[in-house]
Design a protein around this ligand. Structure first.
Ligand code: PGA
Length: 246
């Protein structure tokens, strides 16, 4: 379902005591927001964060998971494990995982299916490299990535996903896609989903150097439903300004 969502991605930052302080600081600042607020935290912060967000309107997500149910996969965490402690969301296919941990469209698809099977809502990331952008291949790359990520899903599944369009060259660089370019890319993703599943009612976020200054312009574009925010999600006050962008 299309709705305004602002999701923080802490990446490999924040110890449990910092996570608890963050939530206690953020909660009063966003309590009147009509936008959905999600923080995606490291595995070691999940339990503490989930306890601290009780009685608030803050939702919690993980940043990765394995697609297998259980077994000899040292160091991995399954969808069922996340669900068992009441995690609601999970980021899948972030470009840093594709780049540093060899994630492919195929493993992204396996993870998306396992997340949905266990009742987690995946936040599925797609985005082009600078080289692909310069070659004019952005729309081709991102529509193919989303198509492969969603392979074998049902229409029902589509109502439980969020997509994040994150141009790789914009992540952590201070360079944001122009609101028109981001909107065009997101529209292309939406059209692709409509072509394959017969619905365009999907929440699609923009990510890549979102901050309190550029959030409003981006998030009020026709096809952009909010943001996936990295660096600027580590400070509760800054993040609250993005959540309350209106
Ligand atoms: P950034 O990261 O906001 O620091 O660019 C976004 C992301 O990686 O999700």
């Amino acid at each position: 379902m299309r709705r305004k969502v602002i999701a923080g991605n802490w990446k490999m930052n924040m110890l449990p005591n910092e996570a608890i302080d963050f939530v206690n600081n953020l909660a009063p600042l966003v309590k009147n927001s009509e936008n959905e607020v999600i923080i995606c935290v490291p595995f070691t912060d999940l339990f503490y964060t989930l306890l601290t967000v009780q009685e608030t309107n803050i939702h919690v997500g993980a940043q990765n998971m394995h697609w297998e149910e259980k077994g000899a996969y040292t160091g991995e965490v399954s969808a069922e494990m996340l669900k068992s402690i009441n995690v609601e969301y999970v980021i899948i296919g972030h470009s840093e995982r594709r780049q540093y941990f060899n994630e492919t469209d195929e493993t992204v698809n396996l993870k998306v299916k396992s997340a949905l099977k266990h009742g987690l809502k995946p936040i599925i990331c797609v985005g082009e490299t600078l080289e692909q952008k310069e070659q004019g291949k952005t729309l081709e790359v991102i529509t193919s990535q989303i198509s492969r990520a969603l392979q074998d899903l049902t229409l029902d599944d589509i109502s439980n996903i969020i997509v994040a369009y994150e141009p790789i060259w914009a992540i952590g660089t201070g360079k944001t896609a122009s609101s028109d370019d981001a909107n065009e890319s997101i529209k292309a993703i939406r059209n692709q989903i409509e072509k394959e599943f017969g619905t365009n009612d999907v929440t699609i976020l923009y990510g890549g150097s979102v901050n309190a200054e550029n959030a409003k312009e981006l998030f009020t574009m026709s096809d952009i439903d909010g943001g996936l925010v990295g660096g600027a999600s580590l400070n509760a006050e800054k993040f609250s300004k993005i959540v309350n962008f209106e």
